[in-house]
Design a protein around this ligand. Structure first.
Ligand SMILES: [Zn+2]
Ligand SMILES: [Zn+2]
Length: 131
């Protein structure tokens, strides 16, 4: 049994590569336990499209392709200007109030943090503004 045969697909939430499994009825699905994500592909058209994505993903970098669709996961360090992926491991915590403060720049010699609020799609305070 070769590990190269393993097919995988990234979790839509945390982007971690997940093993593609087959149901008894030959429908592919992926499960991400930490996120509680279960994604089943039940329709024939979906299964075909999914199969192509998996095939490309095992050859190419599927995360890069997803990144083109999901620009919001791409962050830019305010300190050094380096762009990087928003990944859960980079979430810095403010230990004083145990709230997540932002994504830390992965550069080892940079202390830049992208505040969560700077994600363009982040839900902002929706209280009505007076004009
Ligand atoms: Zn996940
Ligand atoms: Zn940086």
């Amino acid at each position: 049994m070769s590990a190269n045969d393993t097919q995988w697909f990234p979790c839509p939430v945390c982007l971690k590569p997940l093993d593609v499994r087959m149901s008894k009825r030959k429908k592919p699905y992926v499960i991400c336990s930490p996120c509680g994500v279960q994604m089943f592909i039940r329709e024939r058209a979906g299964i075909e499209a999914f199969g192509k994505l998996v095939e490309q993903g095992t050859k190419a970098d599927v995360l890069t392709r997803i990144g083109q669709l999901e620009q919001r996961y791409r962050l830019k360090c305010p300190e050094c200007g380096k762009s990087f992926w928003a990944s859960p491991e980079l979430l810095g915590k403010n230990w004083f109030n145990s709230k997540v403060s932002g994504y830390r720049c992965p550069e080892s010699n940079c202390r830049g943090v992208v505040p969560l609020g700077e994600r363009s799609d982040a839900p902002t305070d929706l209280s009505p503004t007076e004009k």
